[in-house]
Structures are given as structure tokens and as C-alpha cells.
Design a protein. Structure first.
Length: 511
């Protein structure tokens, strides 16, 4: 045997410089893919202007990537068993760079959307496979460190996306948000292919489940498009949204029945028979959904109603990631010594408490009054995500890890998309309700006259309208943060549905 294989033919983990290089490149690959979920969000107006399309058409750049990635993530387990973990990872990484180049050179919306679809298909398996490979290359006693590194990039990347995207668009042009992926993809794929050659998994050539694949594409596409376009079509006031919901529901039911009865399913749903995995996925879906609400609502509020530029709102939101990066190694270390359920409970509880504190904001808050609570909120993120990821993967059989990682990432991403759709709609609806309530309270003519005074009437009414709107938005924002804090609390309680591990996370992950 060559490389890291011992005389007995057992593959040994990497050590020294090789381990450091491989770990950093795997984490970087995961970071880039997750970053691309949000980096285009602040670039839609630039892209729409550059390609001479409407702003609503420009949002297809986001939707197309999300749909394609959502379809491909749950296929990770099947792809890895069919073609090999390392081969799939390096191929997808190289293709991610190629399709990023296609996006950057696109001179029409059609080509750009096609490029984003292909980019999403290539990027989908990279998240779970980077996680799987990190666990393989680290020694057993340091695998929680590997998960900590992976979790840190997964949590920080969506926060950094708007910051990086805004800076690149302002200084270089929207094409470069795609061009930056190219050198990273080349380096990661080529170097990791050489370093990790001996970690290739055994290939099992089962028959391709074409019907399962078709059903997966149908229901996931319908659901993702419904979530992305629901607000634009006024949700269930639209027949198109109803049609998408029906297609998604029927497709999902057929998919579940088919996959549970098929001998070689394309998605191994049977991993949910493990109570620890099922409880962990429920917790991560609730927790990540609440987390996504926070990182999406804050920049919307700051840019539209607090007078922040895109860059400043991004930097304010990015405070979430500062202490998260610092605390992640400690979360990984504690995962080896304490019950992971207690760590997850404390992490989610802390996130809920800080979010509850943020539910009492006002329109005269300073930058530091907004960013410092978010800075402290970041402490809870690694304690929620690191031990929970380890607990989920340690609850399944070793041959099911790739499938479990794919499903966990799929449901985490899907829950985040659902949460964003719900919270943005609820925020706008709540704002309108509260604004009407405020208008009713000052509707008396003498009250309006006293507020206008000697000022020009039209100017006074315009200022009054802005004041009412900003106050209504502030109250609605506080209301949403209060609901999100309750969601964190529910997630914290859900983790206790998992059975008590027989050993620390470090020990049980190593199986």
C-alpha cells in the first residue's frame, strides 16, 4: 500500500503539514460554495443593470442556484457510493470553477442563469463531501476539531457573502464575484486529488434509480421556486403558487413511497431510523432556520429604514462571525468531554437570549448598539452547530455517513430557505398592520394640526408618513426577533429527543 496506508492495509489519517494543507483546502471549498449562496444577493441590481433586465428577472440568478443545489445535495450519498467520494469531490470542485467562469463571462441573462444552474449542481455535493473527507483525514482523537473547522466555515460564509459581494461589485464589477472562484477551484481540486488519493471510497455500482431521481427533481424544484417566488405572487392569492404547492406535495409523497420501497434508492431515507440522527436534524433545521431569519432581516432593516449602506449593513451583520471563529476551537474541544446535547442546548439557549434582547430595539440605536449584541450572539453559534453535527453523524452506521451528511445539509438549507420566505413576508405584513394602528391613533384632526404647526402641510405630512413607517418597521422587527427567540427555544428543547450518547462525541464519531 502507498501513501498513508499501513502495512496491514489500513488507511492512516494525515499528519503534519499535509493534514494542515488538506484541512484548510477542504474548509475553503466548503466556504466558497456556501458563500456563493449569498454573495449574489447584494449584486442583483448590478447584474440586472449590466445585462439590461428588470430587477425581478435578476433574482433568477439567486433562485436558479438555490434550486439546482437543493436537488443535488441529497444525491451526495448515492454519487459517492457510485463514483467514489474523492473522485466526486474533486470533479465537482473543478466543474464549480468552470461554471463560475461561464457565469462571469455571461453576456445575457439566459447564459448567466444556465451557468448558475450548473454551478449549483456542481456545488451541491461539495458541502457534505468536504465534511466527510475532513472526518477521514483527521486522527480519531481530533475529529471534533475537523467538524469544528467545517462548522465554522458553514456558519461564517453566509454572513460574509453580502460583505464580499458588495465590496467586489462596488470596486471591480459583478463578474468578479464569480471569477474569484476559478483559482480556488483549481487549487483545491488538484492539490486535494494528490493529497487524498488513498482516501478514495469503495465503489458500489448499483442500478440508477431514475424514477427516484425524477421525483426528487420535480418536488424539490416546485418547492424551491414556490419559496423564492411566493412573495412576488402574493403567496396563496396566486394560482401559480397553489399549483407549485400541489406539485411539491404530490411529488414528495410519491418520492417518499418510492424511496422507502426501492431496493437501491437514490436517497437513503432509511437513515432517519436512527433516533439520534432524526432528533439532530430536527434541531438543526429549527436552529438554522431561526439563525437565517436573523442574518437576513437585519441587513434589510438597516439598509431600507436605518440609512445604512450595503457595505455598512454587511459589516454590522458580519459581527456575528467574529467571536464564532474564536470560540469554535473551544466548542470542538468541549465536545470531546461533555454531553453534546447539553452543549447544543446551551448554544441555542444563548442565541435565543441574545435575540430576545434584540427584540427591544429603537430607531435611535447607534451602530454599536446594534452590532455588539450580534457580536456576543456569535458565541452561541459554534456550541450549537459543532456538537450537533458530530452527534448527527455519530448516530448512523459508518457506511451511511455520506448519505446522512447529504440529507442533513439538504434539510438545513431547505429550512433556511423556508424561514427566509416566511420571515420576509411576515415582516412586511406586520409592518402594514402596525402602521395602520399608528395611523388610527393620530387620526384626530387636532392631533395632526398640532404636529404640523407652521410647517408646510405637504412637507409635514410627508415627514409624518416617514416617521410612522419607520416606527412601524421597528415594531415589526422587534416582533420578528421575539418570535425568532422562541424558535431558538423550541430548537433547544428538541435536542433532548436524541438519546444520551454512550460516550463523548469524539469517541462515537470515530466509528
Amino acid at each position: 500500500m502507498k501513501g498513508n496506508s499501513s502495512a496491514l492495509g489500513v488507511i492512516q489519517p494525515l499528519t503534519g503539514g499535509k493534514l494542515i494543507v488538506a484541512a484548510m483546502l477542504l474548509a475553503l471549498a466548503n466556504f466558497v460554495v456556501v458563500l456563493d449562496m449569498t454573495i449574489a444577493n447584494v449584486s442583483v441590481s448590478n447584474i440586472a443593470g449590466g445585462l439590461a433586465v428588470s430587477l425581478s428577472e435578476g433574482t433568477y440568478v439567486i433562485t436558479s442556484y438555490a434550486v439546482a443545489e437543493a436537488i443535488c445535495v441529497p444525491l451526495t450519498g448515492w454519487l459517492a457510493s457510485r463514483f467514489g467520494t474523492l473522485r466526486v469531490f474533486t470533479t465537482c470542485m473543478m466543474l464549480f470553477g468552470v461554471f463560475s467562469a461561464l457565469c462571469g463571462f455571461a453576456d445575457s441573462l439566459g447564459i448567466l442563469v444556465a451557468g448558475r444552474v450548473l454551478q449549483g449542481l456542481a456545488g451541491g455535493p461539495l458541502m457534505p463531501l468536504s465534511q466527510t473527507l475532513l472526518m477521514q483525514i483527521f486522527p480519531k482523537e481530533k475529529r471534533s476539531t475537523a467538524l469544528g473547522l467545517w462548522a465554522m466555515t458553514t456558519l461564517v460564509a453566509p454572513v460574509m457573502g453580502p460583505v464580499v459581494g458588495g465590496y467586489i461589485c462596488d470596486n471591480f464589477g459583478w463578474s468578479f464575484i464569480f471569477f474569484i472562484n476559478i483559482p480556488l477551484a483549481i487549487v483545491c481540486s488538484l492539490v486535494l486529488l494528490k493529497l487524498l488519493r488513498c482516501f478514495e471510497s469503495v465503489i458500489i455500482k448499483n442500478k440508477i434509480d431514475f424514477i427516484g431521481l425524477a421525483l426528487l427533481i420535480v418536488w424539490v424544484s416546485a418547492l424551491q421556486i414556490m419559496l423564492d417566488e411566493g412573495k412576488n405572487y402574493d403567496w396563496f392569492e396566486s394560482s401559480e403558487i397553489w399549483a407549485l404547492l400541489i406539485i411539491a406535495a404530490i411529488g414528495f409523497a410519491c418520492f417518499m413511497i418510492w424511496e422507502l420501497t426501492h431496493d437501491h434508492p437514490i436517497v437513503n431515507i432509511r437513515v432517519f431510523r436512527h433516533r439520534g440522527f432524526a432528533a439532530s436534524v430536527l434541531t438543526i433545521s429549527l436552529g438554522f432556520g431561526a439563525f437565517n431569519c436573523s442574518i437576513v432581516l437585519t441587513p434589510l432593516w438597516l439598509q431600507n429604514y436605518m440609512g445604512y449602506t450595503a457595505a455598512w449593513s454587511g459589516l454590522t451583520t458580519a459581527a456575528l462571525g467574529v467571536l464564532a471563529v474564536c470560540v469554535a476551537p473551544f466548542a470542538a474541544k468541549f465536545s470531546t468531554k461533555y454531553d453534546p446535547r447539553m452543549l447544543v442546548f446551551c448554544g441555542l439557549g444563548w442565541l435565543g437570549l441574545v435575540t430576545f434582547y434584540r427584540a427591544f430595539g429603537s430607531t435611535d440605536m447607534t451602530h454599536w448598539q446594534i452590532s455588539i449584541p450580534m457580536l456576543y450572539q456569535g458565541i452561541g453559534m459554534p456550541f450549537f452547530f459543532v456538537p450537533l453535527t458530530a452527534l448527527a453523524l455519530s448516530s448512523v452506521d459508518s457506511e451511511e455517513v455520506a448519505s446522512a451528511a447529504g440529507l442533513m445539509n439538504f434539510l438545513r438549507t431547505l429550512s433556511g430557505a423556508m424561514a427566509i420566505s416566511i420571515v420576509t413576508t411576515a415582516w412586511e405584513d406586520r409592518t402594514n398592520i402596525l402602521r395602520n394602528d399608528l395611523v388610527d391613533k393620530i387620526a384626530a384632526p387636532d392631533q395632526i394640526a398640532s404636529m404640523v404647526g407652521d410647517m408646510n402641510e405637504s412637507l409635514a405630512l410627508s415627514l409624518l408618513d416617514q416617521l410612522l413607517q419607520s416606527q412601524a418597521v421597528m415594531l415589526a422587527t422587534n416582533h420578528i426577533f421575539l418570535v425568532v427567540s422562541c424558535a431558538f427555544a423550541f430548537a433547544a428543547m428538541a435536542i433532548w429527543l436524541a438519546p444520551k450518547p454512550n460516550a463523548t462525541t469524539e469517541t462515537i464519531v470515530s466509528h
